[in-house]
Write a protein that binds this ligand. Structure first.
Ligand SMILES: [Zn+2]
Length: 561
């Protein structure tokens, strides 16, 4: 599950703890009543979740050797279940690219012919352009056609009283401003006693600015910038490498030669050691995030459904099983699949997504089914299938949400998303297999299986666009634009993945693919800066939005409702 939910999790934590307190702790209390077939399912789930959460897989971070071990395991399951490979060129794997920040390679900065020491006396900023600049600027004078020095003293001191201060954003804004005024490079330094916290964080690389940008450390400043009245001969050469990882979806096909195919999906990647900043663990010790519920549970359910459907006679629909990777980095794998489908999207009947299906609460019995509004058939079908003694239905009509079904919904495919709820172990090393409710997960699998059987051989269900929730917005915001950000976008700005009908973004003429760079007076560099900008507005406010469409800068008026 992608951590868009993060804000709301904090808000509901106390309620969650309350619910957990009352949870029945032994999921096997009624195991003697289970049928033999159900016992078999449960032991298979235990084996699969146990294997996928094994320390050897190191938390299954996409693009790592842990992911490779997990994909091998899933392929083994697909082969046993008799699925055909439907990934790249006859294999089960479909490879896609994940942006992995930037690495400094050969970067040089000299003042009056003396080379400064990289990392000790200076660093390039992660958003620096690759390239060279030189000149003989005066430290205190900023002239067009020359590198500029800039002292962050006042900014850093003023920022101390502002908890929302964003240094990265400020450095970028200054860089753009100076570049617009003719600076050929920017050299930041900080002469105040206050620490500015500036480091080279490769993950923040995203889209480079147009000119080289350096930061001179305290050590460098003491050595070279003591006298700010002087002019210096500077030579700058910034060289960096864009890093990439490769993630892999695992795709198996139960081909019955039918005209339509149902996609059943679950992501198998998780957070690894939490190196992508999406962990909620705050301890100092480096720990594996096993992701038993998120989403070894869904992956095990996927493998189980493959076994069950393979054994089912007289099916009249094909089933495509996809274990996605890159989900935790922003639904990258599922998005890649829908852009490079191995079954034509027009032939996909509907998509079932399972993300965190292992923690059915034995006292509340709440099962969330998302995408409920994406086909008019769903309500009748689910109400006629779901056993009300086992589940309390929490229907969520929206076709979008923090998991992979969103990618399919955005291609106008009806979706159903199964989710047993958030818990205090979410995105923490404590999301362990012994906390899985195996009986509950088996019941979820039965429900999904029953749904596929009722739908089998039916025409493709009618697709309906849902009245979408206010994408990615927490209650702290007074207004929304009604758009869904593209979480996989690594450039500067906020790229729009989808627009809600009848809401301010649509009325302003924004379209999917546009990149928002400014909202009112606030620059938009990332999702974070977009959220911050949005939080400044109230209902009824009018402002402007600046955006890029096919590289052309455009501007439109926005009216918040
Ligand atoms: Zn997750």
């Amino acid at each position: 599950m992608y951590p868009v939910l993060r804000k709301s999790i904090f808000m509901t934590r106390s309620i969650l703890l309350f619910l957990i307190f009352f949870q029945v702790l032994s999921p096997f209390a009624n195991s003697q009543k289970l049928r033999k077939a159900d016992k078999e399912i449960i032991s298979e789930l235990q084996a699969d979740i146990g294997s996928l959460t094994n320390d050897k897989m190191e938390g299954r971070r996409s693009g790592t050797s842990g992911e490779a071990l997990a994909s091998d395991y899933i392929i083994g399951g697909f082969i046993k279940a008799g699925l055909k490979p439907l990934g790249d060129s006859g294999t089960y794997l479909q490879r896609f690219e994940i942006y992995d920040g930037r690495d400094i390679t050969h970067t040089r900065f000299s003042i009056n012919n003396a080379d400064l020491i990289l990392n000790t006396e200076f660093i390039p900023l992660p958003f620096s352009a690759i390239g060279k600049a030189d000149g003989s600027p005066a430290i205190a004078l900023q002239e067009s056609g020359s590198p500029w020095f800039y002292d962050l003293k006042e900014t850093v001191e003023a920022a101390q009283s502002n908890p929302h201060f964003d240094m990265d954003k400020l450095l970028r804004e200054k860089t753009r401003l100076f570049e617009g005024k003719g600076a050929t490079a920017v050299i930041f330094y900080n002469s105040s006693k206050t620490d500015d916290g500036i480091v080279f964080d490769p993950a923040e690389g995203i889209k480079p600015e147009k000119i080289p940008v350096l930061y001179v450390t305290k050590a460098g400043r003491k050595k070279y910038l003591r006298d700010i009245s002087q002019s210096l001969d500077v030579v700058i050469d910034v060289q960096m490498l864009e890093k990439k990882r490769w993630g892999h979806n695992v795709i198996g096909f139960l081909d019955l030669g039918a005209p339509y195919t149902v996609v059943i999906g679950a992501h198998y990647d998780h957070l690894g050691y939490g190196e992508d900043g999406n962990s909620l663990y705050r301890g100092a010790e480096k720990k594996i995030h096993p992701g038993a519920d998120d989403n070894a549970s869904g992956t095990a359910a996927l493998m189980e459904l493959a076994r069950l459907l393979k054994k089912t006679k007289n099916l009249r629909t094909n089933y495509l099983f996809i274990a996605f990777s890159g989900e935790e980095s922003g639904l990258i794998g599922s998005k890649y699949f829908t852009e490079h489908p191995s079954v034509a999207l027009s032939k996909i009947s509907y998509m079932v997504n399972m993300d965190m299906v292992g923690r059915l609460n034995d006292s509340t019995h709440v099962l969330t089914i998302g995408g409920y509004g994406t086909s008019p058939q769903w309500a009748t079908l689910i109400n006629g299938t779901l056993n009300k003694k086992l589940f309390v239905l929490n229907a969520d009509s929206s076709g979008t949400g923090p998991s992979d079904h969103t990618s399919f919904y955005l291609k106008n495919i009806p979706v159903l998303f199964f989710f047993t709820g958030i818990h205090p172990d979410y995105h923490k090393p404590t999301d362990q297999p012994d906390k899985i409710n195996y009986v509950g997960e088996m019941e979820v699998i039965h429900l999904i299986y029953d749904i596929t059987q009722k739908m089998d051989g039916m025409n493709k269900p009618v697709f309906v666009k849902t009245r979408d929730k206010q994408f990615g917005v927490s209650p702290a915001f007074n207004v929304t634009l009604g758009l869904m950000p593209d979480y996989s976008f690594s450039g500067s700005g906020l790229r729009i993945d989808a627009i809600s009908e009848g809401r301010p973004a649509e009325k302003a003429g924004l379209k999917a693919g546009d990149i928002i760079i400014k909202l009112g007076d606030y620059s938009v560099i990332s999702l974070q800066t977009y959220m911050e900008a949005l939080s400044k507005f109230n209902r009824g406010d009018q402002t402007t939005v600046e955006f890029l469409r096919d590289k052309a800068e455009m501007k439109a008026a926005v009216q918040f409702k």
